[in-house]
Write a protein that binds this ligand. Structure first.
Ligand code: NDP
Ligand SMILES: O=C(O)C1=N[C@H](C(=O)O)C[C@H](O)C1
Length: 259
């Protein structure tokens, strides 16, 4: 049976990639889009001509869709996913910026409502592998810093991928001495700190999405790097998520957990 899809953030850089992907997939049909300033002109955004456009979630009818794709903003995503779960629409979420508490609440809601979904800070295979390799390397190299580099329009920092990488490293690295007190003669020059792991966020035109994890050891170093040169790189992960999400019975965090 054809799955009905709503795309939240369909006018954005990722939303438009998702529109093109779903338009090409058999058995999936875009029935609606959500975006606060979109014109009521589906074809302008490559949506099917009978797709409905909503400006806010309060306008959306209950049984509109089976799947909710979300590429919106850190400020909108929590309410969006809550709405989807409450209305038994399976969320496929790429939007970053959810806090740990928000993710925990959404997981509990998905269990209560018995609705599956996926939240993936990164749908790109190179980033999924980088996180896996970094987690493994952390067992042997506890001293580590992360540099993430993104386009200048990115609204959140650090990137969701960098934060997830830091969490995975923190889970796996052995106890070790933290660095001695440092003096910063320029405020914040040493970056953000997640459990002793420094994260540095770079925002520049020309970049898309890139991350380096630098491990330092005794007379040696290991650097793991991934680059997304084109947003198309995220679409194979979104496709897998669309194909698998209806079979999930709760919210899953991380693309690697459904591959
Ligand atoms: N998981 C992954 O693999 C990836 C995740 N991302 C994440 O996806 C998100 C979107 O990125 P990107 O497409 O570059 O951003 P854009 O700024 O290009 O797009 C944001 C979209 O969200 C819409 N929007 C803004 N406010 C709301 C709201 N309150 N409710 C619903 N929609 C809203 C905008 O609509 P309007 O134009 O009408 O304002 C626009 O369509 C970010 O969080 C980013 O980090 C990005 C790349 C890959
Ligand atoms: O905003 C982006 O562009 C991206 N956001 C995600 C993140 O915050 O990790 C994924 C990817 O890095 C692109």
């Amino acid at each position: 049976m054809t799955k009905k899809v709503l795309i939240a953030g369909f006018t954005g850089a990722m939303g438009q990639k998702a529109v093109n992907l779903v338009n090409k997939m058999d058995d999936f049909e875009i029935v609606a889009g959500l975006s606060p300033i979109a014109k009521n002109d589906p074809e302008k955004y490559s949506l099917p001509k009978d797709a409905q456009i909503f400006k806010q979630i309060s306008e959306i009818p209950e049984d509109i869709a089976d799947i909710w794709i979300d590429f919106t903003t850190p400020t909108a995503v929590y309410e969006n996913v809550k709405f989807a779960l409450k209305h038994h629409i399976s969320p496929v979420v790429g939007t970053t910026g959810l806090s740990d508490d928000q993710e925990t609440e959404l997981l509990a809601l998905s269990r209560k409502e018995q609705v599956g979904g996926l939240i993936a800070p990164n749908f790109g295979m190179s980033a999924v592998l980088l996180m896996k390799f970094a987690k493994e390397a952390a067992k042997y190299f506890p001293d580590v810093e992360i540099i993430e580099m993104h386009h200048a329009d990115k609204k959140d920092a650090p990137s969701g991928t960098a934060l997830s990488t830091a969490k995975l490293i923190a889970e796996n690295r052995p106890e070790h001495e933290t660095a001695p007190d440092e003096v910063e003669s320029l405020k914040n020059v040493r970056g953000g700190d997640y459990q002793g792991i420094k994260i540095h966020s770079v925002r520049l035109p020309g970049y898309i999405a890139h991350e380096q994890v630098l491990f330092g050891g005794n007379g040696e170093a290991l650097t793991i790097r991934q680059d997304s040169f084109d947003r198309e790189s995220f679409m194979s992960g979104v496709k897998v998520a669309l194909e698998k999400v209806s079979a999930l019975n709760e919210l899953v965090i991380g693309l690697e957990n459904i591959l």
